[in-house]
Each structure stands twice: as structure tokens, then as C-alpha cells.
Design a protein around this ligand. Structure first.
Ligand code: FES
Ligand SMILES: [Fe+2]
Length: 374
């Protein structure tokens, strides 16, 4: 057994070189510290395109349930969706309204949250709905503390990260029995792609997986862009065969600007771009071994309206890649759990350059949670 398998003493971020030990994925004390870190960080809630017109609203679910995204007088805000009378959820889904009216006893609120009616009360109780402004970066809306525009300023010269002209296509809410970091980590290293993704590895350029076309990192993010393998070769799965066929049809055989862009905004937001597609996923840890996911899918408007077949094919390949990543994460988590139960603390090295995003993420966590700096 080499010295890398069982380091005799803890490794600091400065020493670097080794991944996080199993306890970082299973120890409830680490979970508590990371949960505090996530609660004190910008929280993605949606894109400004979710509510493009005045009066548009979207009722959020999952980790943001009980809140509405509302556009009022040109501004997008996060407004409570819980009635101040007896705490009913008032609106569901998406729509356009002049006022927020509770269906139980008809208390009514303006779109800025101010109460405007309480039937059969002698006076307006003025119990307003909490409403907070949102921070915006490239159309992404964040609630809570922090300054995403400052955190991501180093990406100002990446015009590809815009999603102007894109519209909301689908929102998914899921929960899984995995540590929240597992989900971020599969997007922070390209090392697994050739072994784990038989379809996806035939779509993206193998050279770019080894050394991306473009990459950038800061204290709180890691971003990389990889090209599509061009010309597109033999597809590695039936889903990719259909996707590649339709993509060539829609682009008229032109090489797409990129095959994929992954932006990991630490700690727990992932933004992905594929040709005509933009997906934002937010991970919320519920315990060391349970995570809630909320994913929003945006598609370029003209493609969504004219080529639903490409949209469906793109969802199919994304579902394929996600399922393969999930299977890999389950294996990784099972191995870490086995070691954790045995009291073992093993750590492996980072491949350079394909695991450098992962290394940045781990360094960020080690600095943010120094009590567990192994
Ligand atoms: S619960 Fe909303 S008006 Fe009573
Ligand atoms: Fe993957």
C-alpha cells in the first residue's frame, strides 16, 4: 500500500494533492457546517425569463417552496406565497395576476406583498407578505446573502454564458440518497467521461476533455467549455444517434460553438449550457446522505417553438448522462460509507488537468470549513 492510500497525517488545502476523505461525505458534523455555508451563500431561485411580463408569477417548490417569483413594475422579487391569515399556500404553478388572492378567506395582497383586503374585517390588518429583492447575474436570480455578480465577475468576457431569447421549458424537483457534493463533483471533473458515458463521450471532443477549450476559476466558481467532436462521429447510444441527427438538421450541418459549458458556482449551484439548452440546478442537503435537487431547463425560444423533436431528443440525452452519473455517484458513495463505518480515512490524488475543477471545489470547502481540514 502506498503512502497516498493512507496518509499518516491530515493534509491541508495548502499541501493539496488529495481528495476529501470519506468523513466529509458522511459525518453529521461536516453536514452541519456545510449546511451553514450553503445557507449563508447566494441561493439560486430562477431566471428572469421565468416571469417576463409585469404581473407574471411562478410558485416555487422544493427547497424554495412557499415562495413566488413575481415581476412587478419591471422588478423581479421573491414574495412569500404563504397567507398571513391561516398560512395557506395561495398560488400554484405559473400565471399572470394583478393581485395575490388567498382562496381560503380571500385575503388579498398586491404584487409587492402589501396587504390590500381582508373581507369582513373592520380595517385592513396590514399583514404584508415578506418580499425581498433578488440579485441578478446574466439573468440568473439569487436570494440570500452574497454578491453573485462580484463572485462571477471573472466570467464577464464569456459571452456564451447568456441565455437571452431562452424560455423556461421544464422544472424538476427530486430527492436522492446521496451526499450533495456527489452531484457537484461529477461536473467538476472530466476524468470519468470516457469510462462512464458511452454516448456523451462520442459527442464531446476527447481533446477538450483532457484540456478544455476554455476554463476559468475563482474563489467561488469553476467554469469550463468543451467543443463538440467535429465532424460528429459514430454515436455511442441510440439517444445520441437521434440527438446528433436532429442537431445537424437544425444547425444545417454547422459546427456548434461548443459541445458543453459547465459552470459550478460554489457551493451548490450548477449551470450547464449545451447547444440551444441551458439548465440550472440547485442542490440542497437534507442530511449527510440525502439531497434535494431543483433543476430548471431553458430552451432557445425559436427551437422550442419550431423543433420540439430536438428538445425531446436533448432531454433524452441529458437523462441518459444524468442516469450514468447517478450510478457512478452511488458507487462512490457506497465505497465512502463502507470506509466511514470502518473508521478508515483514505484519500486519492487528483488527475491533472482533468480533475482540477474538483480540486478547486475541495479547496473552497476546506477553507470555508477549516474545522475539518484534513
Ligand atoms: S388562510 Fe388565507 S385568507 Fe384565510
Ligand atoms: Fe458525468
Amino acid at each position: 500500500m502506498s503512502s497516498l492510500d493512507t496518509p499518516s497525517r491530515p493534509r491541508s488545502a495548502a499541501a493539496g494533492g488529495l481528495g476529501l476523505p470519506p468523513c466529509w461525505y458522511l459525518d453529521p458534523a461536516v453536514y452541519e457546517a456545510e449546511r451553514e455555508l450553503i445557507d449563508a451563500s447566494p441561493r439560486f431561485v430562477g431566471r428572469s425569463q421565468m416571469a417576463p411580463r409585469d404581473g407574471d408569477y411562478v410558485a416555487l417548490e422544493g427547497a424554495n417552496s412557499g415562495s413566488l417569483i413575481v415581476r412587478h413594475q419591471g422588478e423581479v422579487r421573491l414574495v412569500s406565497n404563504v397567507c398571513r391569515h391561516r398560512q395557506a399556500i395561495m398560488l400554484h404553478g405559473r400565471g399572470n395576476a394583478k393581485r395575490i388572492v388567498c382562496p381560503i378567506h380571500n385575503w388579498a395582497y398586491g404584487l409587492d406583498g402589501r396587504q390590500c383586503a381582508a373581507p369582513h374585517f373592520p380595517e385592513n390588518p396590514c399583514l404584508n407578505l415578506p418580499a425581498v429583492p433578488l440579485n441578478e447575474w446574466r439573468g440568473l436570480l439569487f436570494a440570500g446573502l452574497g454578491d453573485p455578480a462580484a463572485d462571477l465577475a471573472a466570467l464577464d468576457d464569456w459571452p456564451e454564458l447568456n441565455a437571452d431569447g431562452y424560455v423556461l421549458d421544464r422544472i424538476d424537483y427530486e430527492e436522492h440518497e446521496l451526499n450533495w457534493k456527489s452531484f457537484m463533483e461529477v461536473y467538476l471533473e472530466d476524468y470519468h467521461v470516457s469510462a462512464v458515458h458511452p454516448g456523451f463521450r462520442t459527442f464531446v471532443s476527447p481533446e477538450d476533455l483532457r484540456s478544455p477549450k476554455r476554463s476559468a476559476h475563482g474563489e467561488r466558481f469553476y467554469a469550463e467549455m468543451v467543443g463538440a467532436r467535429w465532424p460528429l462521429g459514430s454515436p455511442g447510444s441510440p439517444q445520441f444517434a437521434e440527438y446528433q441527427r436532429l442537431l445537424l438538421e437544425v444547425t444545417g450541418g454547422m459546427e456548434p460553438e461548443y459541445g458543453a459549458i459547465w459552470l459550478s458556482y460554489f457551493p451548490s449551484t450548477l449551470v450547464e449550457w449545451y447547444p440551444f439548452f441551458n439548465i440550472i440546478t440547485c442542490y440542497t442537503p437534507l442530511s449527510a446522505e440525502r439531497t434535494a435537487l431543483s433543476s430548471q431547463y431553458y430552451v432557445r425560444r425559436d427551437v422550442r417553438e419550431s423543433r420540439p423533436d430536438l428538445v425531446e431528443a436533448c432531454h433524452a440525452v441529458l437523462d441518459e448522462v444524468t442516469a450514468e452519473d447517478h450510478e457512478a455517484s452511488v458507487r462512490l458513495h457506497a465505497g465512502r460509507r463502507a470506509l466511514w463505518r470502518q473508521g478508515e480515512r483514505r484519500q486519492g490524488p487528483y488527475q491533472d488537468p482533468m480533475e482540477q475543477g474538483l480540486r478547486h471545489f475541495h479547496d473552497f470547502l476546506r477553507v470555508a470549513c477549516p474545522a475539518f481540514d484534513y
